[in-house]
Design a protein around this ligand. Structure first.
Ligand SMILES: [Zn+2]
Length: 451
């Protein structure tokens, strides 16, 4: 599928790919990369001087809940994709728990057409897997879904969680047809029991949410998915891994050859239990941000390859929903705009190699969701999506600069090293210095099979 795109020559920057960093120019024509090398000369292309800057493949955020359709009071696709562009994200993978849930081909198509005129970055769509729509998976793939998401407990839209049988059969289909099933990995029965205990003891202190979802909830779910994937085949991704035990279960399954992948999010790497008194419900997410030992293990898992991807789990709520005590407040934070800046800061402070950013936040998510090599790569033939950052710049996160309708992030006021300077989508600069500069939405839907 050909999409409209610009001509651009990005000159003098340092390309950062999983293989390393090197000086090279990138020439984009009609939105597609046509040459990568030193000393490229413009023949009428607009020239962007990237001297002193790092040129990354456009960031692919594999985990966003943009809230449209049905939950626009929380946020919408226009605000969400503007936030993505401003933060250096060029492709988002949108989760299916909107209203109505994306549970059949018709709902997938109508969501795609609804969002198409509103996208400021490119997007792909997941379908939902629940207990009653196993027969719809093939149809949704044909309609353009790039994979599926299974919620093992209740989520938006009252979706009946898939039982083990449905999960097994979905993984068999994954093995046959080649797609990823992403799992929210928490055992719902355990979550319910622990939550009841906390509520009946009257727990409302900042750590109550943490106690209501202890690590065993994640560990059990990951072990079960790992076993089912081992026996059924297929490819499974555990999203937002928060517990050391869950990361360890993924490590062990991968050592056995199971096609099991793990994602974590910046908030699990950068916040820990000691931050609850300060941020309260602002940092309430599921699974919860845990004690420092988990943070240490997640960093290890990111750096040793146990976890292959990062996602923002962008999940905005209204101010009203985020107020009140920790047990009654909604879970989730608007995160797509701070996603890269937080990890760039971490890399520039030496917490992970800078080359891990294109691996975890671009190539690997693009691969998992069938978008590679069109997305996730700086290579001839790939889309001209680039994220250009100034490693000597800095950014102080401020709510006024966030595009979310309700910019309620615990990272407000954080001073970050590095700055996202340009976001290039298929050869066109769509954001500059954190502001969206292309006002007409130029993002496109990337259906399965078009990479
Ligand atoms: Zn999520």
């Amino acid at each position: 599928m050909e999409l409209p795109g610009g001509d651009l020559l990005v000159r003098g920057g340092t390309l950062v790919t999983p293989e390393g960093a090197r000086e090279a120019d990138v020439m984009i024509e009609d939105g597609v990369i046509v040459r990568v090398g030193r000393g490229l000369r413009s023949s009428g292309h607009e020239v962007l001087d990237a001297s002193g800057m790092l040129v990354l493949p456009g960031i692919v955020d594999e985990h966003v809940h943009m809230r449209e359709p049905g939950l626009e009071y929380k946020d919408d696709f226009t605000h969400g994709t503007m936030a993505a562009a401003a933060g250096g994200v060029t492709t988002v993978v949108e989760m299916p728990n909107t209203l109505p849930p994306v549970e059949d081909p018709g709902k997938l198509r109508s969501k795609a057409s609804l969002l198409s005129g509103k996208a400021h970055v490119d997007f792909a769509l997941l379908g939902v897997l629940h207990d009653e729509n196993l027969d719809e998976l093939e149809g949704m793939l044909e309609a353009g879904a790039v994979g599926f998401k299974a919620f093992l407990g209740p989520t938006t839209g009252n979706i009946p969680p898939p039982g083990d049988g449905a999960i097994y059969e979905a993984l068999e289909k994954s093995s046959r047809l080649g797609f990823t099933v992403a799992f929210h990995g928490e055992n719902w029965d355990l979550v319910r029991r622990f939550t009841e205990r906390v509520r009946s003891s009257g727990g409302r202190d900042p750590l109550a949410h943490l106690r209501s979802r202890p690590p065993v909830c994640e560990e059990e779910a990951v072990q079960r998915i790992a076993l089912l994937a081992r026996r059924a085949g297929g490819r499974a991704l555990i999203v937002h891994v928060a517990a050391a035990e869950a990361a360890d279960a993924i490590r062990r399954a991968r050592a056995l050859g199971v096609d099991l992948h793990g994602e974590t999010c910046p908030h699990y790497l950068l916040l820990s239990a000691g931050d609850y008194p300060r941020y309260g419900a602002l940092m309430k997410v599921n699974p919860p941000v845990r004690e420092a030992r988990h943070q240490t293990e997640l960093w290890r898992a990111v750096n040793d390859g146990t976890l292959q991807t990062l996602g923002s789990d962008h999940a905005p709520h209204s101010a009203k929903e985020k107020s009140g005590d920790i047990m009654s407040a909604a879970s989730g934070v608007p995160a797509v705009q701070t996603f890269l800046p937080l990890m760039l800061d971490a890399a520039l402070r030496g917490r992970l190699p800078i080359t891990k950013i294109p691996e975890l936040m671009s190539r690997n998510p693009a691969r998992l969701f069938g978008l590679h090599p069109r997305k996730g790569e700086i290579a001839v033939g790939s889309d001209g999506d680039l994220t250009i950052v100034d490693p000597r710049g800095e950014w102080v996160v401020s709510a006024e600069e966030l595009y979310a309708k309700h910019p309620l992030t615990p990272f407000n006021g954080w001073r970050l090293r590095g700055r996202v300077v340009y976001t290039v989508l298929r050869g066109t600069v769509v954001a500059r210095e954190g502001r969206v500069v292309r006002e007409t939405p130029g993002g496109a839907w990337i259906p399965r099979g078009s990479a």
